[in-house]
Design a protein around this ligand. Structure first.
Ligand code: NAI
Ligand code: MG
Length: 363
């Protein structure tokens, strides 16, 4: 099987960190028989400069045809004053929307060499490896009515509406259960069924999918507020956390920050299966285009490389290959290599290229 990859470097440090990814891709082709073809296209500010739009129809067609998309970052101060629909960030939102990327996966992984860099005690975070599965296209961010009205007495009233349909909960639950099978076999479903009727439906549907399709998985229910507390109290008791859009937004930021720099954190977003059985996979670092360090060989490429690791794991089922990359990153950190964002006293400071060299050597 030869996979079709679309590379979208974007703006700022995006091209630099995707350059690292291309080198690592080459290693997987040469040494691990990972067969792929790549296409590359513009997105974000650079696409606006060239085509007058942050995401062209032609690029979207390539994205829809690809087996996976590797994305850098978009944006920069030179485009801040553009009208809303021309802004670089709209390019990313169009990709998410048009590809129907309803499942956002954010791991929080603590590399042993960085356990002292966390704000939590090393023993709480060392060995931490959890995965948040967040519903990304439904819930309170999209539900109608959504309005801010001034009443006759001059007071204002704001309304957001949380809506969930059975099918939305079913498909995100399946993603979480499938991923749990590749990991510990445990899922904690976080909602607030004690006070929210969407939470009641969430719990009911998740249990139905569990009983009928994934009885091998160990499912537990956890109220979202308690989940937030457990993330800082005893995060290692959790593995896969399945949750809705709003709680997922909060819990995934909380979990990510348990472990390290923004330059270390990958993400994946998965879409609905298409008629021909393919499932779009979109992989990007959590960080932005970092204009302050762009073009200076200073960016940490690890977040983007680990996003490619997620691609190997989740789009292509190459779990062993993904582990090799995790292990290579762990080794270079243990050897003391650090980009500026994770620099610690006594360590060896390197730039994007030298960090990539070290990771390739470790591979
Ligand atoms: P940012 O994530 O680009 O940068 C925040 C800080 O972290 C900066 O000091 C930057 O130098 C540092 N940083 C980020 N990634 C790094 C890496 N790989 N290695 C070392 N240091 C790193 O967020 P900021 O500054 O708020 O936004 C800059 C631009 O990026 C804006 O135009 C924003 O809209 C856009 N953005 C794009 C995102 C995306 O494409 N997914 C996400 C977030 C922001
Ligand atoms: Mg957020």
């Amino acid at each position: 099987m030869t996979y079709k990859l679309l590379l979208l470097p974007g703006d700022g440090i995006g091209p630099e960190v995707l350059e690292s990814t291309k080198r690592v891709l080459g290693w997987y082709k040469a040494k691990r028989g990972f067969a792929y073809t790549t296409e590359e296209d513009l997105v974000g500010g650079i696409s606006y400069e060239t085509h007058g739009s942050p995401a062209t129809d032609a690029m979207m067609e390539k994205a829809k045809a690809a087996d996976a998309i590797l994305f850098g970052a978009v944006g920069g101060p030179q485009w801040d004053k553009l009208p809303f629909d021309k802004k670089p960030e709209r390019g990313l939102l169009r990709l998410r929307g048009d590809l129907g990327l309803f499942a956002n996966l954010r791991p929080a992984l603590c590399f042993d060499a960085l356990k002292d860099a966390s704000t939590l005690k090393p023993e709480i975070v060392s060995g931490l490896d959890i995965l948040i599965v967040r519903e990304l296209t439904g819930g309170v961010y999209f539900g109608q009515p959504k309005e801010l009205v001034t009443l006759q007495n001059g007071e204002k009233r704001a309304v957001d509406t949380q809506i969930y349909y059975t099918h939305e909960i079913e498909r995100i639950a399946r993603v979480a259960f499938e991923l749990a099978r590749l990991r510990s076999g445990r899922v904690a479903s976080a909602e607030k069924s004690n006070v929210m009727v969407t939470g009641v439906l969430w719990r009911e549907v998740v249990h139905k999918i569990h009983e009928t399709e994934y009885p091998d998985i160990q499912l537990s229910d956890i109220l979202a507020d308690n989940c937030a507390m457990q993330l800082v109290r005893a995060p290692k008791t959790l593995d896969v956390i399945l949750t809705d859009n709003l709680f997922g937004d909060i819990l995934s930021d909380e979990a990510a920050q348990l472990t390290g720099s923004i330059g270390m954190l990958p993400s994946a977003s998965l879409g609905a299966k298409t008629a021909d059985g393919r499932q779009p996979g979109f992989y990007e670092p959590i960080h932005g285009s970092a204009p302050d360090i762009a073009g200076k060989d200073l960016a940490n490429p690890i977040a983007t490389l680990l996003s490619f690791g997620m691609c190997l794991r989740y789009s292509f089922g190459r779990v062993e290959d993904a582990r090799l990359l995790d292990k290579a990153v762990e080794n270079v950190l243990a050897e003391g290599y650090r980009t500026g964002d994770i620099m610690q006293p006594g360590m060896t400071k390197v730039g994007t290229t030298a960090m990539t060299d070290a990771i390739l050597k470790a591979l």
